[in-house]
Ligand binder design. Structure first.
Ligand SMILES: Cc1cc2nc3c(=O)[nH]c(=O)nc-3n(C[C@H](O)[C@H](O)[C@H](O)COP(=O)(O)O)c2cc1C
Length: 142
């Protein structure tokens, strides 16, 4: 059965290209063999990740990631059965959510996106908007 997990977390220390590169290399090394696809959004000191795949594989990976010392305050947003993958072509796309949109910059109080308080639907809409806006930095295909 296919399953999807969405979680948000806070980076421990500054999120450097080196740290993110190491994480993405792990994802590329393991995810295709484990049938995992998804998106890793990173920016503003936060991670927001969508993991898709067979339920046992997704749960095993999430359990491993949750123990990773490179982030903390790992909060599960959504875990549900899905009929098909949303990000099926990507072993783990890297999406930059570090930039504030013009709208957010102009009205930070009103429109700032907080992945911790957003609903799962808002999170997915945000990710799709970032992808549509060309914020995908690296997207290794499966
Ligand atoms: C935010 C974040 C996202 C991660 N995403 C993945 C992933 O998609 N796939 C994966 O195998 N490891 C991922 N990792 C790394 C795992 O926690 C773990 O370190 C790694 O899988 C161990 O394998 P390695 O020793 O071969 O690197 C992630 C870690 C962090 C902090």
């Amino acid at each position: 059965m296919l399953s999807r997990i969405i979680y948000v977390s806070t980076a421990v220390g500054p999120v450097t290209t080196a740290v993110t590169g190491t994480i993405l290399r792990s994802a590329q090394a393991h995810n295709p063999a484990n049938g995992i696809t998804g998106v890793l959004c990173q920016g503003r000191g936060l991670y927001l990740q969508v993991l898709e795949g067979e339920r046992n594989q997704v749960e095993a990976l999430y359990a491993r990631i949750a123990l990773d010392k490179r982030h903390h305050k790992v909060v599960l947003h959504q875990q549900e059965s899905i009929s098909r993958r949303r990000y099926g072509k990507w072993a783990m796309a890297h999406v930059d959510m570090g930039q504030l949109s013009d709208e957010e910059a102009a009205h930070p109080q009103q429109t700032a996106f907080d992945p911790y308080t957003a609903t799962a639907e808002e999170v997915m809409a945000k990710i799709d908007a970032l992808i549509a806006a060309g914020m995908v930095m690296h997207a290794p295909v499966i």
